[in-house]
Ligand binder design. Sequence first.
Ligand SMILES: C[S@@+](CC[C@H](N)C(=O)[O-])C[C@H]1O[C@@H](n2cnc3c(N)ncnc32)[C@H](O)[C@@H]1O
Length: 200
Amino acid sequence: MPSKIWPYITPGIPDEMFEHLPGIPMSQREVRLLLIAQLRLQPDSVLWDIGAGTGTIPVEVGLLCPYGQIIAVERDEEVANLIRRNCDRFEVKNVEVIEGNAPDCLQQLKPTPHRVCIEGGRPIQDILQAVWDYLPPMGRVVATAANLESLYAISQSFSQLQARNIEVVQSGVNRLEMRGFSQTFAAIDPIFILSGEKLE
Ligand SMILES: C[S@@+](CC[C@H](N)C(=O)[O-])C[C@H]1O[C@@H](n2cnc3c(N)ncnc32)[C@H](O)[C@@H]1O
């Protein structure tokens, strides 16, 4: 695979075009699309991506929002370097990668965000509470949950924070695959995507 891929029209970059590391989770393309739609981005949005993993969101948003700034927060040094390599691969220049543990590292992030994506970090309630203090009125948070406990925790936090326009979507995506001699539909792990806005 070439080290640089350019140009690429987003959104919806195929998963295999990113460099991945074994054991490091990444948002699957169709789920990523739902998540990006919920962010409701503008060309100059500032996005914090907390628990940025493989860096698929920073790459897609960096390309979609040419005047935007993306701050990718990742606690693991090796994974943070993977995000940098994926940004280089797509020649994305408007992403800054911060190695740090949320929520402790959030106070050092500049500028403050219009949009926040949360896909990693526990306890999720502490991260949501911390993020809320940095959001402007009408700022949006999109958080994902892979299990019932996370769904409940995020939902409860939104309620405590008095988030407005809360939406919850669960993905249900099947992809055609060859299994032996048969073409079979295989399910992608369903994910809950929750979003909410700060009123004031
Ligand atoms: C599900 S993955 C994110 C996948 C990503 N959206 C992608 O498509 O590549 C979650 C990531 O969050 C990171 N993480 C977990 N807790 C964190 C925390 N408290 N602060 C920063 N990063 C964290 C993990 O190291 C992991 O790489």
